[in-house]
Each structure stands twice: as structure tokens, then as C-alpha cells.
Design a protein around this ligand. Structure first.
Ligand code: SAM
Length: 482
């Protein structure tokens, strides 16, 4: 039997079933142990340091106790601390991105995904490089600067060379004042050599959702195709890091398996990355299974309600304080509004989940991966964020300045966001307001920029940021960054 070892490179040792079962039993036994819960909450809370503040994070066992706790007052405390942590390390900025679907050809048999091989009635489509260009122009015209590319797994139709060509094309398009400055990649688990090629192509984060950490369920949910191999999939982040990718993004597809099991597995995966590579996940996503062509989410018995979903989000924030947390348009405006106060730091906006969807006037459904709940335009999303006290940010500075992996984390840990990320957010928001915003968004946005400039502590940084924003308003000069 495999023995739990966070430093091991073997899937069954760092995501260890026995350890998860013991964790769940410990959490169940202690879910009403209010003294222990107070202790864990106190450990999670940010503490002042000489340079700002720091967070200890939580072990998978501690975090699982919080997740099991049903006491309303303690849950309220968890939510307060989650918001406190988010504000301490990420400020009130919310980074915005959009997914770009390249191809829905896929050789896998994933039971929850409409792109599965046996789905014969979905239209199959793969973008040509001209079509990639057209999609990117449409995305730039909305105001996007950061994309997550998505593709099915098909070594013949979508080989790594195709993905690399698409990345080059995306970075090469400069339409009016637009450009895409960061391409994150969400493609199937691959080899160290291919990860190296993705790194050389200049990608930001490599994102791969585990779907489920439960090995038996994983194998049943992925009955055919290369994705069936649990170990190869689970060990992908280690290969990505070996290939030189510093920033990796984790996620579970909630609804497939029991959420408490998934949660413990997810935190163990983060602990494993920290133990082996000295840096935890750059991001954690929290997708839930959605209706799609040929897919009925109620076919899976583990759907979670909005309250449980909120608690999971807050507990991840407490356990992994320095990670970015992503919520997509799978979720409604209402759910997203709530989750934004529980630790989320990135949202997608104006998304289309079909191949070639951005160049169509009407939202197409024929090649869609899942139904989009939040169908608002990017401008509406930007305005909504501002109305709720957040700064919409299109910043991509860190990875372009080489601040990836532990270098990004130390910026975050040293509380330097107010002197660096905050002005970058205001400058990129100003670009959006000047080039793409509706008049009322522009007016509200500049009022916010004025007010937020005052919060930059260092005089020199504040002055330079204000000058750059003047220049953005008066000229076509763009892409200022600290
Ligand atoms: N093909 C890649 C792979 O094998 O990991 C990833 C790309 S896929 C386009 C992105 C993610 O969408 C999947 O990892 C899965 O978690 C999610 N997804 C698939 N079907 C979904 C559904 N019906 N509802 C919500 N999310 C879904």
C-alpha cells in the first residue's frame, strides 16, 4: 500500500487515499470542536511583520476541519478571514481574462465533457491561424489583454506544434492599441519536452484541472483515451515544473466526487508543490460541472449548493493564502458577487466557450464546452466589479518582468502590491477606459482611478503612475508598468 509522502513524485504517495480517508475522519470527529476551530482560524489569520504581513496557511487536516464545521458563527469568521487575506495580499484588484477555444477535437472519453470522442452530434472545429487572428482581434476589441487557451486532446488534430503556432499567432496580433500580453494554457497533460516548448513560447500559467483526486472515480469518469491514466495526469504539474514552467494552476471539477475528498486532495496537491518545488500553485480554480451538449450535470450525484461552494472557496483561501483564485463565467453574477468577497482574485469576462465564438454576432452553441451562466459583456463585468469596490485589472506585468514562481510569491508575501501591482492595475484599467469602455464605465472608472491613486504609499511611484495615466489619456502610448 502506498504511504503518504508530500515530497514523493508518485501520485499515489502525494495524493494518498489512506491519508485523505484519515483526514476526513479527523475532520468529522472535530467538526464541532470549537476550541480547535478557533485555534485553526487564529493560525490562518494574517499577522503583521516588519515588511507588511504574513500568513501561515493551513495543512490539509486543519483546512478539512474548517470545511466540515457547521457552526454559523465560525463560518462567518472563515468568510471574514478569507476576505482579510485576499485584501492583504492581492488588495482590491481583480484580474480579468477570457478563455479562447482553439479546437474541440478530442480523443478522450470524459463523461462530463461534451467534447468526448463518442459525441457524434457536436460539430467539430479547429481554428486556422487566420481564424485565431480574427478571434484575437475580436478579443482585443473588447479590451482583453490576457487569455487562457483551451483545447481538446487530439495528437493528430491538435498536436503541440498546432498549440505553439496558435500561441505565436496570438502574441503577433497588435490591432489598434490592443495586444495580448499573457497567454495561459489549459491543455491536456503532456511530456517534459512539450512543457519546455510551451515555456519557450512564452506562456504564463499552465493550467490543468485534476477533475477528481479520487483515483477509482477518476478512472471511471475517464474510461478511454490518454486521460484515463490517473498517475500521468496527477503528476503533470511536476513535469511542467521540470520543463521550466514556474506558474501552474490547479483545479477540481466540483460535482463529480464528494467535495470533502476533493478539497483534501487539492490542498495536498498544493502542499506537494510547495514541498518539492518550493513554490505552491500560482492559481487555484473552482469550476462546477455545468449543463452542456450531451451532458446532464444531475447525472453526477455530488453536486454542491451555493453555500457549500462559498465555504469551499473561503477554506481554500485560508489554506493557500498566496495563491491566485479564479472563478469563471460557469457561475452566475449572483454567485460571483458573493465569491469575490471570499478570496477570488481573477475572473473571466465576456467569455464564449465555443470554437470561433468571438467572431460571431450571436452567441453560438454548436461547439460550446459548457453553458455560460454569466453572459454579460466585458464592459458590464468591468462596471460591476467597480460598483462592488474592486479594481478591474488587465495587468500582465509580473511574468513579463520575470516575476514568476517564488519571485512572484515573495512580492506577494512582502506586501509590495500597493507599490507595484496596484499602480499597474490602475494604468491597465486606464488603457481599458480610454480605448474600449462605454461612456458611463469610463466616467466611473476614472473617478475610481483618481481615488485609488492616493492609496499608493511611495510618493515617487504615485507621481509616475499619475503621469503615465495622463499620457494614456492624451496619447496612444500604452503598456506602462512597474
Ligand atoms: N482538454 C484539456 C484536459 O484534458 O485537461 C483541458 C481543456 S478543457 C477545454 C477545460 C476544462 O473544462 C476541463 O479540465 C474540465 O474541468 C472543464 N469541463 C469539461 N466539461 C465541463 C462541463 N460540462 N462543465 C463545466 N466544466 C467542464
Amino acid at each position: 500500500m502506498a504511504i503518504y509522502n508530500p515530497k514523493s513524485l508518485k501520485a499515489e504517495e502525494f495524493i494518498n487515499d489512506e491519508e485523505i480517508q484519515e483526514t476526513l475522519a479527523y475532520a468529522e470527529a472535530n467538526k464541532a470542536n470549537l476550541a480547535l476551530i478557533d485555534e485553526i482560524l487564529e493560525k490562518a489569520r494574517p499577522k503583521p511583520t516588519a515588511t507588511g504581513c504574513a500568513c501561515a496557511g493551513l495543512t490539509h487536516r486543519e483546512a478539512s476541519v474548517l470545511l466540515a464545521c457547521e457552526d454559523p458563527d465560525k463560518i462567518k469568521k472563515m468568510y471574514e478571514i478569507a476576505e482579510e487575506i485576499k485584501l492583504a495580499f492581492y488588495g482590491n484588484r481583480i484580474v480579468i481574462f477570457a478563455p479562447l477555444y482553439l479546437s474541440n477535437y478530442c480523443v478522450n472519453g470524459c463523461l462530463y465533457c461534451p467534447y468526448h470522442l463518442k459525441n457524434k452530434h457536436i460539430s467539430r472545429k479547429k481554428l486556422t491561424q487566420d481564424e485565431v487572428r480574427a478571434e484575437v482581434i475580436a478579443l482585443q476589441d473588447m479590451g482583453h489583454k490576457r487569455l487562457a487557451i483551451e483545447s481538446g486532446e487530439d495528437p493528430v488534430n491538435n498536436p503541440i506544434e498546432y498549440i505553439l503556432d496558435c500561441i505565436n499567432t496570438i502574441y503577433s496580433v497588435h490591432h489598434k492599441n490592443g495586444d495580448i500580453r499573457r497567454v495561459n494554457v489549459n491543455i491536456a497533460a503532456t511530456t517534459v519536452e512539450n512543457y519546455r516548448r510551451l515555456k519557450d513560447a512564452g506562456i504564463g500559467t499552465y493550467i490543468l484541472f485534476q477533475e477528481t483526486y479520487h483515483k477509482k472515480s477518476y478512472e471511471e469518469l475517464h474510461p478511454t483515451g490518454p486521460k484515463h491514466n490517473y498517475d500521468y495526469h496527477t503528476e503533470a504539474m511536476d513535469r511542467a515544473m521540470e520543463g521550466g514552467i514556474d506558474d501552474v494552476g490547479l483545479g477540481v471539477l466540483f460535482g463529480l466526487e464528494m467535495y470533502k475528498y476533493e478539497f483534501a486532495g487539492l490542498i495536498m496537491h498544493a502542499e506537494h508543490l510547495e514541498a518539492v518545488h518550493g513554490v505552491g500553485p500560482h492559481t487555484i480554480s473552482v469550476p462546477r460541472v455545468k449543463h452542456a451538449d450531451d451532458i446532464d450535470p444531475s447525472a453526477f450525484d455530488n453536486g454542491i449548493d451555493d453555500e457549500t461552494f462559498a465555504k469551499i472557496t473561503a477554506c481554500i483561501r485560508l489554506a493557500v493564502p498566496y495563491t491566485g483564485m479564479i472563478i469563471s463565467t460557469r457561475e452566475s453574477e449572483e454567485v460571483r458577487t458573493k465569491l469575490l468577497r471570499l478570496g477570488i482574485s481573477q475572473v473571466s469576462g465576456g467569455s464564449r466557450t465555443s470554437v470561433g465564438g468571438y467572431t460571431e454576432t450571436e452567441r453560438p452553441h454548436d461547439t460550446e464546452q459548457f453553458d455560460v451562466s454569466d453572459q454579460r459583456s466585458l464592459d458590464e463585468v468591468v462596471r460591476w466589479l467597480m460598483e462592488h469596490g474592486h479594481i478591474p485589472s488587465f495587468c500582465t506585468a509580473c511574468y513579463r518582468a520575470g516575476r514568476t514562481g517564488d519571485r512572484f510569491m515573495s512580492l506577494c508575501k512582502n506586501g509590495q502590491i500597493l507599490n507595484c501591482c496596484h499602480p499597474n492595475a490602475l494604468m491597465t484599467l486606464s488603457e481599458y477606459l480610454e480605448d474600449y469602455a462605454a461612456p458611463e464605465t469610463k466616467e466611473a472608472g476614472y473617478a475610481l482611478v483618481e481615488q485609488e491613486l492616493k492609496r499608493i504609499p511611495r510618493d515617487k511611484v504615485r507621481e509616475v503612475a499619475a503621469q503615465n495615466i495622463q499620457e494614456i489619456r492624451q496619447s496612444n502610448r500604452r503598456d506602462f508598468r512597474f
